[in-house]
Design a protein around this ligand. Structure first.
Ligand code: DGJ
Length: 727
């Protein structure tokens, strides 16, 4: 619900458990008042924020000299006047001036949620589920109009923000910094939580107190990156999984971003998020508009766990689209770690046949099926089948896989070109490069310039042609390098700085065209594992390969971190061979199965190479996963023990109707005299009887929540999966 108090120009955005309040102070300045638990009425705006002018605070040339924007909590600050903290917007005008001062021009409230042109975004699912507020601001001297958009998903405790910037002047305006949001807090008593990492090591959790400076996370790599994820949370000092304030912010964007929290001289905090202004900018011509990506925000006073569940719900219900939004996802087997580039039709069919014996649903053919790609040095861009490996083509292979009773899936890396390829020979200027400079390769490949329409058309055509040519039900869309020597052969010099953002816009255009043409195909995103695991990609790809590190123990940390914002239905997780290919660790088949079953389940090995007892275990895993996948994929996650803080990970998934629970307990290192631990379940009905279906044992909800389930960390990498059902 959006409440408007016209006497005070006060807006109160109310969700089931939260409230977000700001006003247009003195009829001019959008001032942030509150985000947190609901405050339904404000008696006097003057009581809601300290607005004393301080030494060195200039006044804003307003008749009232009691305040300055230097110290006001601002809703969307511009550079140039009296607020010296980091601005949300920095624009440059034809006369070289870089000062923006806006007046409030009005507001609009509408049902539903408008699209954000060219960008992925959350959407309203059913009528009246969402309302949108638009605040119009204008710099009348320079003709720059700003629209602040707020959409309120009342039932989900989610508020989204995005900004539209329009040039209403006759001259071009250069946008140097266009953040999607800032939010001012009146203190700095928070910890900053974010997800950092590297290849095969993504989304590790770091929690650190705010300091009297800025904490910034970002990407300058052209994608959202393995290194930092476009997400952060501000949580109270004592906030836990279940208690305390937790504010979460996630960006629906897959390119260079910046986010963080800046503490000012008086100990107030400005949180911020948006496109990275570094090496970026946009020339806005007369009459044009620029759209910032959307920020999804949530607040919970019930800790980090509820913050995550709020994100999971909005991502599953109002971001992911298409047939697989609600459909249970297939169990797949992928040949990458089984064969790498060394396969032929027979090998793939042998893997598929064995997988069918275990009732696996989908056979995915990974890298190496096209051009002359026997290793990673060649052929990206040459999307025609390698007849040496697959003499009868993809259609025949797909049909043979189908005739086993399985679906067939295929790997692509469409944004790339190998220097050794027909495509590169024909179009050496199609890649991102700067004339005369060395073109740095990574994994022997270059990035196609998706700002170019001819390149986008080529990608759409080749991918669509292949998808039409064979019975392909699934696509793994990979992206294995970041952008260097960022330049385009076709952009004018003054627009070269736009290339990073134009690349992302081009990618979204390509993905929209292909995914809408093949609505029944399940798309899984990938970027050297989880290097582009963000809400932007989830708009097109309902699931993403979480990491190239498939070791079960490593995955405990990666999946725990990923789950802070992203739901299990989006996290590709596979059982792979031992010794594990990334870290050499040998873990039991049950543990590998249990950790993978806590995500979007699959296999990445040749099941023909397993001893019979392990293959029998695989059969049981697939059978069990099919019984519990609705709990994992659509249920509520409760993180009971963290691998970052204890010697185990304990994850509870509760089905939406709250009658079924899957409980995953995995030990990291064993100790002979380990004490008994008890995993206390959360949010059950105390008086109901819960049967553990694998053992037949019965517990009351109160027992499970208050006494818990006993286990011991006495064996390395041990794991158990319990499944409870209300009697
Ligand atoms: C990187 C991906 O993360 C892997 O799963 C695999 O598809 C390789 N690329 C193939 O080159």
């Amino acid at each position: 619900m959006i409440k408007f108090d016209k006497d005070n120009l006060l807006f109160n955005l109310i969700t089931k458990n939260t409230g977000y309040i700001f006003c247009i102070y003195k009829g001019k300045f959008p001032v942030h008042i509150h985000y947190g638990r609901q405050v339904s009425d404000i008696t006097d705006v003057e009581l809601t924020f300290p607005h004393m002018r301080r030494a060195f605070s200039p006044d804003d040339n307003f008749s009232d000299k009691t305040f300055s924007t230097d110290t006001l909590p601002m809703e969307y600050p511009f550079y140039g006047s009296c607020d010296f903290r980091s601005p949300a917007l920095h624009a440059q005008y034809i006369d070289g001036s870089r000062v923006t001062v806006c007046d409030y021009e009005g507001y609009e409230i509408e049902k539903g949620k408008p699209d954000i042109k060219g960008l992925p975004h959350t959407y309203q699912d059913k009528d009246a589920e969402c309302e949108t507020l638009k605040i119009f601001l204008k710099d009348n001297l320079k003709g720059l109009k700003i629209t602040l958009c707020y959409s309120v998903f009342e039932e989900k405790d989610i508020i989204t923000r995005n900004v539209i910037i329009e040039n209403q002047s006759d001259d071009p305006i250069r946008l140097n910094r266009t953040l999607s949001m800032t939010m001012d807090f009146d203190n700095m008593d928070y910890d900053f939580v974010h997800l950092f990492g590297s290849w095969a090591n993504e989304r590790h959790i770091q929690r650190t107190p705010l300091i009297n400076a800025a904490i910034t996370i970002d990407s300058k790599r052209g994608t959202s990156s393995h290194q930092h994820n476009p997400f952060f949370a501000l949580v109270g000092k004592n906030t836990t999984e279940d208690m305390g304030d937790a504010y979460g912010f996630g960006l629906v964007y897959s390119g260079n971003f910046i986010a963080g929290a800046e503490v000012d001289q008086f100990g107030t905090t400005r949180a911020f998020m948006g496109i990275n202004p570094f090496n970026s900018g946009w020339m806005l011509e007369k009459g044009e508009s620029f759209y910032t990506p959307e920020v999804v925000m949530t607040y919970s006073h019930k800790g980090i766990g509820q913050m995550s569940r709020n994100f999971h719900n909005i991502i599953r219900d109002n971001l992911i689209r298409g047939k697989y939004k609600k459909a249970e996802r297939p169990v797949l087997i992928n040949n990458w770690e089984a064969t790498y580039f060394n396969f032929d039709e027979e090998k793939i069919l042998n893997i598929a046949k064995k997988a069918k014996d275990a009732d696996i649903d989908l056979m995915v053919l990974d890298d190496g099926w096209f051009g002359k790609r026997d290793d990673d040095t060649t052929s990206l861009g040459d999307w025609f089948v390698d007849e040496n490996k697959l003499p009868k083509g993809l259609k025949s292979l797909g049909e043979k896989v189908n005739s086993l009773g399985m679906k067939f899936g295929l790997w692509f890396e469409p944004e790339m070109v190998s220097a050794q390829s027909e495509l590169y020979k024909a179009h050496p200027d199609w890649c991102i490069h700067i004339k005369g400079r060395h073109r740095s390769e990574a994994r022997q490949q270059l990035v196609l310039d998706l700002s170019r329409q001819d390149v986008r058309e080529y990608i759409i055509k080749v991918v669509c042609d292949i998808l039409s040519s064979a019975p392909i039900s699934y696509v793994k869309w990979d992206m294995n390098r970041h952008l260097s020597e960022v330049g385009s052969a076709t952009l004018e010099p003054e627009r070269q700085v736009e290339l990073n953002h134009r690349f992302v816009l081009g990618l979204y255009e390509v993905l929209e065209a292909i995914t809408s043409r093949f609505p029944d195909v399940l798309f899984e995103g990938c970027s050297g594992g989880g290097g582009r695991f963000d809400m932007g990609m989830l708009y097109y790809h309902p699931q993403i390969w979480t990491s190239d590190d498939s070791d079960a123990i490593e995955r405990l940390y990666i999946q725990q971190g990923t789950s802070l914002i992203y739901p299990a239905s989006s996290m590709g997780a596979h059982v792979s061979a031992v010794p594990n290919h990334q870290v050499g660790r040998v873990t039991p088949i049950d543990t590998r199965g249990n950790v993978a079953m806590a995500g979007q389940f699959g296999y990445e090995l040749d099941l023909n190479n397993l001893p019979q007892e392990e293959f029998d275990a695989v059969k049981l895993q697939v059978k069990l996963y099919k019984k519990i996948r609705h709990i994992v994929q659509w249920g509520d996650l409760y993180r009971i023990s963290s691998p970052y803080e204890t010697n185990h990970a304990v994850w509870q998934y509760t089905s939406q109707d709250k009658t079924e629970i899957a409980l995953f307990i995995t030990t990291i290192l064993g100790k002979p005299s380990a004490r008994f631990e008890n995993a206390r379940l959360k949010d059950l009905e105390p008086d109901k009887i819960y049967i553990e279906t694998l053992s037949g044992k019965e517990y009351t909800g109160a027992m499970l929540m208050n006494i818990g389930v006993y286990f011991r960390d006495n064996v390395d990498f041990n794991s158990q999966l319990m499944v409870f059902r209300v009697k």
